[in-house]
Ligand binder design. Structure first.
Ligand code: C2O
Ligand code: CU
Length: 453
């Protein structure tokens, strides 16, 4: 296998097939040098290897399953061919233990993406199966160096092992999902990065947690956002230095390390403040032979942004169920059942009255190239991270108000009671999922698919 190992264990594409194995491993999640937790990881590591693909190229990749469970790889946020989307039961059969599957990972859009299983995701991601995929844009970089922060939320038991006893816990599934008690960055409980005063960093942030919406405060670093979910945005400064990212979302930030240097803490502040890590800046102020480009904005991706709303297909999505949700009955595999009997089967959420599965008919079918507009209503007591495969969408309105900036998401966070209308051009043929990326909600019914024909 011809591949070059980059710093950080990254793998670069050189047009040669690459192999990634899912297998068991260990990680020091509790404390560096401390007890080793048994995990499942790509190449046995957490996170798995960083895969770099130059924009516009296609990476042939062989996935080998060395786990005891069937699995797949889904390329989150990547607009690739449907046959390689990695959804077990919809776009491919799950890869059995000892078997392999060959993917063609086409990368039309530059940006920060990630990969993870799409079979028993709620268990396989919680055990550590995920990695980052970076699609590199061509051209001069407007920063000196990049950092990658892959955040995860783990539930460990007293032995500092992954709490397996609580997999499938109905309370988690019917409430906010599986929330953890340990936060890691790049697989470690605390990160320490060094930087030079005056250095300009590009920081890629990924939330791989099953269900926890993360909120990071970058003390006095004044990050500017340049991309969300991989797609460039007009650069803007974060309000009070705080970055909110829902499960599966990514953000690319530009950080100018202050000239006076110092230690800059990064805390997670969604609950009690939790120390995620720090960037320590010291030494002489950064000097460059050639100045960096002034403009930090990223080049546009070849995404179809031309919505034709006048003749769009309109598809309403009512999000229902969960604890304190008021859903009394829903349809599971074509049979209407009350919530109590659904709960006995671990099904507590629904879209449009249907507890979702791949066996249901498509939510809608749309001719290739047509615009889809989808008013989504969160009629539940919990937030949800709504994700669409194979496309990026924009928010037309949130609770009736037009957003202040243009963003092309693959995942959007919706608070209880919120109504968000999204739209996208359905230009990628195939069967694509729409689901909540709080993985317990997905498994318990918040899932559907649509077809672009
Ligand atoms: Cu990241 Cu359908 O998932
Ligand atoms: Cu959800």
């Amino acid at each position: 296998m011809a591949c070059s190992r980059l710093p950080n264990g990254a793998i670069a594409s050189e047009g040669e097939p690459l192999t990634i194995e899912a297998r068991e491993g260990t990680a020091e999640l509790w404390e560096e040098g401390g007890p080793k937790a048994d995990i499942w990881g790509y190449e046995g590591r957490v996170p798995g290897p960083v895969i770099w693909i130059p924009q516009g190229e296609t990476l042939p990749l062989r996935f080998v399953n060395r786990l005891k469970q069937p699995s797949t790889i889904h390329w989150h946020g990547i607009r690739l061919d449907n046959a390689y989307d990695g959804v077990a039961g919809l776009t491919q059969e799950a890869v059995e233990p000892g078997e392999s599957f060959d993917y063609q990972v086409k990368a039309p859009d530059a940006g920060t993406y990630w990969y993870h299983p799409h079979n028993r995701s709620w268990e396989q991601l919680a055990r550590g199966l995920y990695g980052v995929l970076i699609v590199q844009e061509a051209g001069a970089k407007a920063y000196d160096r990049e950092l990658l922060f892959v955040f995860d939320d783990w539930r460990l038991n007293e032995e500092r092992q992954i709490d397996e006893a609580s997999f499938g816990n109905l309370h988690d599934w019917s409430h906010a999902g599986r929330l953890g008690n340990v936060l890691t960055t790049n697989g470690l409980p605390y990160f320490k990065e060094r930087a030079r005063p005056g250095e300009r960093l590009r920081v890629r942030v990924v939330n791989t947690a099953n269900a926890r919406v993360l909120s990071f405060r970058f003390s006095k670093l004044r990050p500017r956002v340049i991309a969300l979910d991989g797609q460039p945005v007009a650069p803007y400064e974060l309000a009070d230095d705080t970055l909110l990212i829902a499960p599966s979302q990514r953000a690319d930030l530009i950080v100018d390390v202050p000239h006076e240097g110092g230690v800059f803490k990064v805390d997670e502040v969604s609950g009690a403040p939790f120390a995620a890590g720090e960037i320590a800046a010291g030494g002489p102020v950064m000097q460059r032979e050639t100045p960096l480009p002034e403009d930090i904005a990223l080049p546009a991706n070849p995404l179809n942004r031309f919505l034709s709303l006048g003749d769009a297909l309109s598809a309403d999505l009512l999000m229902q169920g969960g604890a304190m949700g008021g859903l009394s009955q829903a349809t599971l595999h074509g049979e209407t059942k009350d919530l109590r009997s659904l709960a006995q089967e671990g099904k507590v959420w629904a879209f449009n009255g249907i507890v979702g599965s791949h066996h249901d008919p498509a939510l809608f079918s749309v001719a290739r190239g047509r615009t889809v507009r989808m008013p989504m209503m969160n009629d539940t007591s919990f937030p949800h991270a709504m994700h669409i495969h194979g496309h990026h969408f924009t928010v037309l309105s949130r609770n009736g108000a037009k957003p202040t900036r243009e963003v092309w998401h693959d995942t959007v966070l919706m608070e209880p009671g919120e109504k968000v209308e999204i739209a996208f051009v359905a230009d990628n043929p195939g069967k694509w999922m729409i689901h909540c990326h709080m993985l317990e909600h997905q498994a318990a019914g918040m899932t559907a698919w649509f077809e672009v024909a």
